[in-house]
Design a protein around this ligand. Sequence first.
Ligand SMILES: *[C@@H]1O[C@H](CO)[C@@H](O)[C@H](O)[C@H]1NC(C)=O
Ligand SMILES: *[C@@H]1O[C@H](CO)[C@@H](O)[C@H](O)[C@H]1NC(C)=O
Ligand SMILES: *[C@@H]1O[C@H](CO)[C@@H](O)[C@H](O)[C@H]1NC(C)=O
Ligand SMILES: *[C@@H]1O[C@H](CO)[C@@H](O)[C@H](O)[C@H]1NC(C)=O
Length: 405
Amino acid sequence: MKLQRRIFSYPVLLACILLMAVAECRFRISGGLPAGGEGGGGSAVGETKYTATSCRAHTASLTDFGAVGDGVTSNTKAFQAAVTALAEFSGDGGGLLYVPAGQWLTGPFNLTSCMTLFLHRNAVILATQDMNEWPVIDFLPSYGRGRDAPGGRYSSLIVGSNLTDVIITGDNGTIDGQGGFWWAKFHHKQLKYTRGYLVELLYSDQIFVSNLVFLNSPSWNIHPVYSSNIIIKGITISAPVHSPNTDGINPDSCSHVRIEDCYIVSGDDCIAIKSGWDEYGIAVGMPSQHIIIRRLTCVSPTSATIALGSEMSGGVQDVRAEDITAIDTESGVRIKTAIGRGGFIKDIYVRRMNLHTMKWVFWMTGNYNSHPDQKYNPDAIPDVEGISYSHVTAENVTTAEGWRE
Ligand SMILES: *[C@@H]1O[C@H](CO)[C@@H](O)[C@H](O)[C@H]1NC(C)=O
Ligand SMILES: *[C@@H]1O[C@H](CO)[C@@H](O)[C@H](O)[C@H]1NC(C)=O
Ligand SMILES: *[C@@H]1O[C@H](CO)[C@@H](O)[C@H](O)[C@H]1NC(C)=O
Ligand SMILES: *[C@@H]1O[C@H](CO)[C@@H](O)[C@H](O)[C@H]1NC(C)=O
């Protein structure tokens, strides 16, 4: 990739690479070899190679900010200080935060524009179980309340708002939500607020998430919302198949999204495309659109491979899914709407799905009756049109179709 040095002095929006093509990047940690490995094959000593949508001019290691990778010490302040330091470079070629091998316990932290978070193969970012470390934030305007409970919600672990050009990647390092703690509290009704996600990016543009493992999220794993130009590639998501609401990837009121080469095992939908809830989603009116999902493998015995809804009040359109493999799921594509949702689901094209062991190949319901409150408009009936499936092979199916009015 060629970048003229002088464009780095332009304002942030120009200094970031605007194209979403992937390039080969490399970085070097001063002081020599990144702990535990030499990175990609064939690289010079101490150099790590990776592919991403933008390369960065500056690199810092989490340990430069006093972090301790013992799995016990809280590193929230170190992550926050590192991001604050890297924010200085967002108009100057951007910064990469290197997370070395180790167990890095942390509470939630924000990312910044033109930033890459890079995890070493043996790096594990561990979400803290200290409730005092989880700030309570506002509910999303298109939902009108938290999803689990009225009012605000706990922050997600890795968050960002109003950012441009954010990369979360690595050499297959791990982000572990330690969700067991949250699932138990959820089941015992001990949570006052909605659980957080592993990654949530709001109002952001140019997002690239790749080559990582996401384990045991408290709830959904990856949640881009009100965002655009998103690539999620080559990630593994895993949570116990009976864990509550551990959806894999949920694009929510997002445009131009590509999800490819992902392997997801979860207790809820592997992918759920959403756009807000009833009157709140209708008022915000931001559809999820222009979405490509390809080469996905999903295991989710109680839920769908790809769900559209149930919160779809801003509309869902132009979704193309192909080369999808599902092993033990409840349904292939599941369209979930309800009276009061409004919005639309249209122009959905699915081809080349291979399904093994499932209850329903197609499942569509217009009666998925969960509402944020009783203020929904009973005349707001969702439009569903232009749904096309081809080359779908299914084995060991209990019921071919499920239709519920
Ligand atoms: C992240 O930044 C947003 C505002 O930009 C703020 O509301 C939120 O509390 C921050 N979260 C954390 C964990 O620092
Ligand atoms: C982020 O952008 C949204 C939409 O443009 C705006 O309403 C909000 O105030 C911005 N938030 C911050 C923290 O700048
Ligand atoms: C990343 O790690 C996961 C979990 O250990 C593994 O299943 C996957 O094959 C690994 N991916 C790569 C590219 O090494
Ligand atoms: C077929 O599906 C049932 C559950 O519906 C499962 O118990 C059984 O193991 C599956 N058989 C094969 C051959 O996968």
